[in-house]
Design a protein around this ligand. Structure first.
Ligand SMILES: C[S@@+](CC[C@H](N)C(=O)[O-])C[C@H]1O[C@@H](n2cnc3c(N)ncnc32)[C@H](O)[C@@H]1O
Length: 216
């Protein structure tokens, strides 16, 4: 980080240069007004960069919310087939409306169920070029084997919010008791993906932290 300059100033400056279509800005505005958690601008632009390089034919997104990040990926590479999973009825309704409004409908499949259940049921192997993980943080470690199974060789697994607003960096003794399980599971997830022989993983201090793993 630059010395003497606050990180948020740097981020604001970069955001001011970023070009984003009006429909994406409309969804972002809706999300902010309705307290829907969505990907931060820094992470959003990193995701776009990964898509521009990788040109993934098949994407799995875990955590659709209102389909904001889904739309970002869709617009970045129109050829991609995106399977996106959401299990909260309110969000599913909003996502469906947005998908109807903004997407080439044949490129998107919305799975309306718990991601863990979907991953267990999905018997496919090595189908996705990119898996974007943005759902229940405490479940990533439990889903990891299934995610690796559905990811192609040389495919990318990207996890957002791995620092959980900085909490993950803190000692467990400073974390409220009720949040300790999630704290431990996210630390276990990060340890696993960094030490897994099948993966090459990088962790970046971008947005709320991002991990990028390449399946060997
Ligand atoms: C941070 S939001 C996703 C934001 C979205 N990726 C974006 O940037 O626009 C996380 C979403 O994951 C959903 N979610 C959490 N746990 C889930 C699970 N086990 N299965 C499916 N969806 C889940 C939540 O309901 C929530 O809408």
């Amino acid at each position: 980080m630059l010395e003497n300059i606050e990180e948020c100033r740097v981020n604001d400056f970069i955001s001011s240069l970023s070009q984003v279509d009006d429909d994406i800005l409309d969804l972002k505005k809706y999300a902010l007004e309705n307290n829907v958690p969505i990907i931060r601008d820094e992470a959003r632009d990193f995701l776009r960069f990964i898509i521009d390089i990788k040109k993934p034919s098949n994407i799995l997104e875990i955590g659709t919310a209102i389909a904001y990040s889904t739309l970002i990926m869709h617009k970045e590479y129109r050829e991609a087939n995106i399977t996106t999973i959401e299990d909260f009825d309110k969000r599913i309704k909003e996502a469906k409306n947005n998908i109807k409004k903004y997407f080439d409908i044949d490129k998107i499949t919305l799975i309306e169920k718990d991601a863990g259940v979907y991953l267990k049921e999905c018997k496919d192997e090595e189908v996705f070029d990119l898996v974007f993980l943005d759902a229940a943080k405490g479940q990533y470690i439990n889903w990891l084997n299934d995610i690796k199974r559905v990811t192609k060789k040389n495919g990318i697994i990207l996890a957002d919010n791995i620092f959980k607003d900085g909490e993950i960096l803190e000692s467990k003794y400073l974390i409220k008791k009720r949040d300790r399980t999630i704290h431990k599971r996210m630390r276990d997830f990060l340890y696993e993906i960094k030490h897994d022989d099948e993966l090459i993983t990088y962790i970046y201090n971008l947005g709320d932290g991002i991990s990028v793993s390449i399946k060997k």
